[in-house]
Design a binder for this molecule. Structure first.
Ligand code: SF4
Ligand code: SF4
Length: 323
């Protein structure tokens, strides 16, 4: 099989169509991000049924971001690098900051819709969870599969890529190893979900720390977006998908540093969900229906919600827009 696309990158568009000031920032790409972010808000506010619109929006966004968006899209890392360049190289600072600023401002105004409707890794996890539904009861099999992928990943890293930069290439392995430990604990003690979920803020701090000490860290999120594949990075992505077979959106719920950051903004989002009075025998159905485990015994956890709309479709919650 021709694997040149793996080594050479898989992007269809590799240079800007409408460069801003002759740089590698593409005005069309910025416009695409803007539309990809705001179209779902309109759909979310206007529609009563979300499944088809959300899936369609996720697929279009995934194709655009993964195949056509040709610059790195790490809002956290690029944001920190961008801030450090303000005053010395303003054009580069602007280029690095613009995607992250768009996402952060967007999330401050309407919450974590990016996670529910746009993010390619969220989309891929949803798809994986959907096709693997019949397998989900085979917990042991899936758990072993996830660990095997992890071991293949680390062995590949050490044996086949001895030139690998130790920390930058190992960082996804560390994150994925941690994810599998958390997954095992969650399967054995589901009641620990609340505590385990809070630990993702520690991971966010760790992620920022690595960037500040100049480690070029990547995560499975970057692997989809980055435009080039190392097999070891691919392993981290596959492990995330294996975890999603077992628990939908496991990476998003317990690990993703970007998701942890965006969730903080749900508190100030103009979109609010209010609970409708529901019979108590529907409470457990309401909880089971939520992709993110955001509905707990003592109410909905605002920061976990990705506005997928499943609880609104079932009339458990209603949406409100408050400016
Ligand atoms: S939590 Fe992370 S991986 Fe999941 S949808 Fe949000 S940004 Fe994407
Ligand atoms: S609380 Fe409702 S809208 Fe939010 S993630 Fe759960 S099901 Fe989706």
């Amino acid at each position: 099989m021709d694997s040149s696309w793996l080594e050479n990158g898989y992007k269809i568009l590799t240079s800007p169509l409408v460069p801003i000031k002759g740089s590698w920032l593409d005005a069309l790409a910025v416009l695409a991000i803007f539309m990809a972010l705001y179209l779902p808000v309109i759909l979310f506010l206007k529609l009563k049924r979300y499944r088809i619109a959300r899936t369609f929006n996720q697929l279009i966004s995934a194709v655009v971001f993964v195949l056509f968006y040709h610059i790195c899209f790490c809002a956290i890392r690029n944001g920190i690098y961008g801030i450090s360049l303000i005053g010395t190289d303003d054009l580069s600072a602007f280029i690095l900051l613009i995607p992250g600023v768009l996402i952060l401002v967007f999330s401050m105004s309407v919450g974590r819709i990016f996670c529910g409707w746009v993010c390619p890794l969220g989309c891929l996890q949803d798809f994986t969870a959907w096709i693997s539904k019949p397998l989900r009861k085979r917990k042991i099999f899936l758990m072993i599969l996830a660990w095997l992928i992890m071991f293949w990943y680390v062995i590949d890293l050490y044996l086949n890529r001895p030139q690998a930069q130790f920390i930058s290439e190992l960082a996804p392995a560390l994150f994925v190893f941690y994810m599998l430990v958390v997954l095992n604990i969650y399967i054995l003690v589901p009641a620990a979900a609340g505590f385990l979920g809070k630990l993702r803020y520690a991971l966010l701090v760790f992620w920022v720390f690595l960037i500040l000490i100049d480690v070029y860290v990547v995560s499975p999120w970057c692997v989809m977006q980055g435009g080039e594949f190392y097999y070891s990075w691919l392993g981290s992505l596959l492990a995330v998908l294996a975890a999603a077979m077992l628990v939908p959106r496991f990476w998003c719920r317990f690990i993703c540093p970007m998701g942890a950051l965006l969730g903080i903004f749900n508190k100030v989002s103009a979109i609010k969900l209010e609970k409708n009075p529901i019979p108590s025998d529907s409470e457990s159905e309401c909880r089971a229906n939520c992709l993110m485990g955001a509905i707990e015994d003592n109410g909905r956890k605002e920061r976990k919600c990705i506005y997928c709309g499943r609880c609104i479709e079932k009339d458990y919650y209603r949406k409100e827009f408050r400016v």
